[in-house]
Ligand binder design. Structure first.
Ligand SMILES: [Fe+2]
Ligand SMILES: [Fe+2]
Length: 467
């Protein structure tokens, strides 16, 4: 595949050979840049940031690292190379040639999937736009901006699909992606987790740990898609996404380390750290909101999409030998007549829950890493994931109240304990009160430990952002 890095829009899809598409995207470009200047990281647009830029899709050497001002970042359209004889990998059309065009009967549904995924990308940039002003170190500041520019590129990835495969209404949807705003009551972002404020760094790390990780699983399911352009787009997005989760995972791990160190010295609050119970509440909050992103436990959409070969299971090709998922059942817990009961559901209707299960397993590994940090600092306390039924707003458990162990409780009981389980106004204010910027190379805020290593072989002390 040719890399056209010096085109106005860098790409490896031979954009210059499709003049109509190229013109449409070049028309969208200035609107995107206007959005970035208005809603991207506030206060740092003119600074040099040491960023990686995608320049290839090969497994090694795909990125180039250098100083760049964010508005000059080379957002591009990069797809993994096509597989010769690509086939639909699951569902009713298993084994047939992969779709190179959108299958007509699924056009609207597929457009909805792409728009919903696309909407999360600029939303997170908007949620995080104030964070730079309170960064705990230049290393963290750079990581924040790296995540932000790549979410911008992910928006480009989805907009390419909308423009390239959906004609007029795709172009309209692409325009609307720049018009909605996170948290704006009149034109909010589509999914609730992306309308929640992300205005302190504990929120940011929990968000990149839990909410970006939802992205990993959605993209992984779409990377299996029989609609080949979508599969190839998502495969490459996953390469970048890994770093976002790294930022969240290690960020929270470093907060845990620092908190455990302060616990040995005395009262964590008095020493200016973040107490473990507040960290736990942030975990409860972002984990539960991120679980909602997988959609209802029982879903006819998930069945239709799987049947059509459009959205597979996590590692469908690698992990499963049977790809029809028909005539099989899945046992799940539901609420019936005010009680928890188990129910058998056709597997295809349970695929949101199957994907959610993979996600939960992955999150548990993160918790195990943080608990290892706590143990290493000789703290006896441990962090945990709440039961997936806790604090849900979508699916079977929405509208019911559960405790952290997943027991069905009354709404009054929930309200009584809410301040122990979820961040309170005071918790948030306390965390915010710790957020003072540290802009000196090699220095770090008191509430977080430094990272084990810098980025791409550079030391922690490196001037990752020139201020
Ligand atoms: Fe993304
Ligand atoms: Fe991400």
């Amino acid at each position: 595949m040719d890399m056209n890095l010096y085109d106005r829009i860098p790409n490896n899809v031979n954009l210059s050979e499709d003049k109509k598409l190229q013109r449409a995207l070049e028309k969208w470009l200035p609107n995107y840049l206007d959005w970035w200047r208005e809603m991207g990281p506030e206060g740092f647009q003119e600074k040099d940031v040491w960023l990686r830029t995608a320049v290839d899709v090969g497994s090694d050497g795909w990125a180039h690292f250098d100083y760049v001002k964010m508005p000059d970042y080379r957002w591009g359209i990069f797809l993994e190379p096509p597989q010769p004889d690509a086939k639909v990998g699951f569902g009713d059309n298993y084994g047939r040639p992969a779709y190179q065009e959108v299958p007509g009967e699924f056009r609207n549904a597929l457009r909805r999937i792409i728009v919903t995924q696309g909407d999360t990308e600029p939303a997170s940039v908007e949620q995080q736009r104030q964070l730079g002003k309170t960064c705990p170190s230049l290393y963290d500041l750079r990581n924040l901006f790296q995540v932000n520019v790549e979410e911008g590129r992910h928006l480009w990835a989805m907009v390419y699909l909308l423009h390239g495969y959906f004609g007029r209404d795709g172009r309209d949807e692409a325009d609307e992606l720049l018009e909605r705003r996170s948290g704006n009551p009149d034109k909010p972002r589509i999914l609730e987790a992306f309308n929640q404020p992300c205005d302190d760094w504990l929120n940011f790390f929990a968000f990149t740990m839990f909410t970006d990780r939802d992205g990993k699983y959605q993209l992984s399911a779409l990377a299996e898609s029989g609609f080949e352009p979508l599969a190839r787009t998502c495969q490459f997005m996953l390469t970048e996404e890994a770093h976002h989760m790294f930022v969240g995972d290690t960020g929270l791990g470093r907060v845990c380390r620092r908190t455990a160190q302060l616990m040995k010295q005395g009262d964590v609050r008095e020493l200016g750290g973040i107490p473990l119970d507040i960290i736990q509440k942030y975990i409860n909050f972002w984990f539960s909101y991120s679980l909602d992103l997988f959609g209802g436990e029982i879903s006819s959409n998930s069945a239709d999409f799987f049947a059509a070969g459009l959205k597979g299971r996590y590692k469908e090709r690698e992990q499963y030998s049977e790809h029809s998922a028909s005539n099989q059942n899945f046992t799940m817990t539901v609420v019936e007549d005010g009680q928890l009961k188990t129910r058998e559901v056709p597997l295809r209707n349970a695929l949101n829950e199957v994907l959610r299960g993979e996600y939960v397993k992955d999150c548990e590994k993160g918790l195990a890493r943080w608990n290892k940090v706590l143990a290493g600092e000789r703290a006896s306390e441990r962090l945990y994931l709440p039961n997936p039924r806790f604090h849900r707003h979508v699916g079977e458990f929405a509208g019911h109240a559960f405790d952290l162990e997943g027991n069905l409780i009354s709404k009054e009981e929930f309200e009584k304990h809410k301040s122990e389980w979820l961040p309170t106004m005071e918790d948030r204010e306390y965390v915010r009160s710790l957020m003072h910027p540290v802009f000196e190379p090699g220095k770090i805020a008191n509430w977080i430990a430094p990272p084990a290593a810098g980025i791409k072989g550079k030391p922690f002390e490196f001037e990752y952002v020139r201020l």
